[in-house]
Ligand binder design. Structure first.
Ligand code: RNT
Ligand code: ZN
Length: 431
């Protein structure tokens, strides 16, 4: 249940008048606002649990993050326990319109203070998350955790030259899929289990072929067991480079594209895993004829970092536009992937999720005359209508949507986060 709207921004006073005006403007350009809002309501985002605790998890291995991942910032209030993380997620979800999913990493199991090795994780370690998801009406997605571990310290896991190390990670990934399949079955909603490994080389490797052949063999072992797609959807995630893996990433885009096509896997496209000017928006229609689906890791690259909080950028708009305009919503899962420890972590979830939703809304409100102009071969009008569409009054429609969904509109949600920060997060000591 969403809480009642307790705080309203100053614009709320003029909202009805603004909404009526905005709706009239959209009607003028042939857009059915009600249909757009109805479709937006059906779109679930997958909220990444790791924004809430700086990718620390609950294993207490003592290993630092590594794998080319880095979280910067020391904002107080990091969630330290499963209970705190769930409470923070719940707070964030209450400020995001619609029904959503939560994306867990294997390192977030509840191990009861015991040291459970990664190759020994079991569904029981995630029973608390499952019960919570059931109670809250949330879907769950999952990921094996192939970093922040002594056996990942060399920067190689599934592509490691030592067969024993590879076997360890294969077993971990197999178990992660089994846990994901269990979530899917119990929740009646297919769990996307996404495999990302850090494997790469700081300097020029002498044997790229060997590393890639080892990864291929390991992956085939991981995916040996089949589950129905209604339960489990496997995804594989590529990357261009990471800190400490600047010269070669074994699981590159070409590698996983080939893998996903030949093995019928979902391809995970992380917006921060390509060259800075390379957009994943254009890739959707290029890969979807060949792969069963795409998992989006919506993120924001800034210079060398791929994981800033998602904001309303042209890139984000281009991605959601391609998903919506090409009618891919049933084959594209939308996950968030970033980690920022320099601002309130609950706010970070809310800002990123709402940015994605606003971008989806704008895509759903695209005036049909843009496409019609193109169809008629009139590229002048296409560009003119594309430009005009940018100044349509999306803000009023968004605020109206929030109101209908019983979440605060622009600005109002931040007061609730601040109150939560004062009452809950600030009392967390030692972090
Ligand atoms: C890393 C990948 C990966 C991770 C998470 C924690 O570069 O983007 O998706 O961010 O699995
Ligand atoms: Zn990612």
């Amino acid at each position: 249940m969403k809480p009642p709207v307790s705080t309203r921004g100053p614009r709320a006073l003029t909202l009805p008048a603004g909404v009526a005006c905005a709706r009239a403007q959209f009607a003028d350009v042939g857009v059915d606002v009600d249909q757009a809002l109805h479709r937006l309501e059906q779109i679930s985002l997958s909220l990444h649990c790791w924004q809430g605790d700086d990718v620390v998890g609950f294993e207490r291995t003592g290993s630092s993050l590594g794998g080319g991942l880095a979280v910067t910032g020391n904002y107080p209030g990091r969630a330290r326990t499963p209970g705190e993380l769930r409470s923070d997620l719940q707070k964030a979800l209450s400020l995001i319109p619609g029904r959503h999913r939560v994306n867990l990493h294997a390192s977030y199991g509840e191990f009861g203070g015991e040291r459970v090795e990664r190759d020994a994780i079991e569904p029981g370690h995630f029973a608390g998350w499952l019960a919570w998801a059931q109670a809250e009406g949330l879907g769950l997605d999952f990921n094996p955790t192939c970093f922040a571990h002594p056996l990942a310290a060399t920067g190689l896991t599934l592509a490691h030259p030592d067969a024993a190390v590879r076997r360890f990670w294969v077993e971990h990934c197999r178990r992660a899929r089994e846990i994901g399949a269990g979530f899917g079955e119990q929740l009646g909603s297919a769990c996307v289990t996404n495999l990302w490994i850090p494997d790469g080389f700081k300097d020029t490797p002498a044997d790229r072929r060997g590393a890639r052949e080892r990864l291929l063999e390991s992956l085939d072992a991981v995916f040996e067991r089949a589950w129905p797609a209604a339960q489990l959807l496997d995804a594989v995630e590529s990357k261009l480079f990471g800190i400490g893996a600047e010269s070669c990433t074994v699981g590159s885009h070409e590698f996983y594209l080939g893998y996903a096509v030949t093995r019928r896997k979902l391809l995970c496209l992380d917006a921060g895993h390509f060259h800075p000017t390379e957009s994943i928006a254009d890739k959707l229609s290029a890969v979807l004829p060949f792969v069963p689906g795409v998992l989006l890791h919506v993120s924001r690259g800034v210079r060398w970092d791929s994981d800033h909080v998602v904001t309303s950028t042209d890139e984000l708009q281009a991605i959601t536009r391609e998903v919506v305009a090409n009618d891919y919503l049933d084959r594209v899962r939308i996950g968030l992937d970033y980690f920022d420890a320099s601002i309130n972590r609950v706010a970070a979830w809310v800002i990123g999720s709402r940015a994605v939703q606003r971008a989806l809304l704008a895509a759903l409100l695209e005036p049909p005359r843009i496409r019609e102009a193109e169809k008629a071969g009139d590229f002048t009008a296409r560009l003119a209508w594309q430009e005009d569409a940018k100044s349509l009054p999306y803000g009023f429609i968004w605020d109206d949507y929030c109101e209908r969904q019983q979440v605060p509109g622009q600005g109002g949600w931040l007061d609730e986060v601040r109150q939560y920060e004062r009452e809950v997060q600030q009392s967390r000591s030692g972090n």
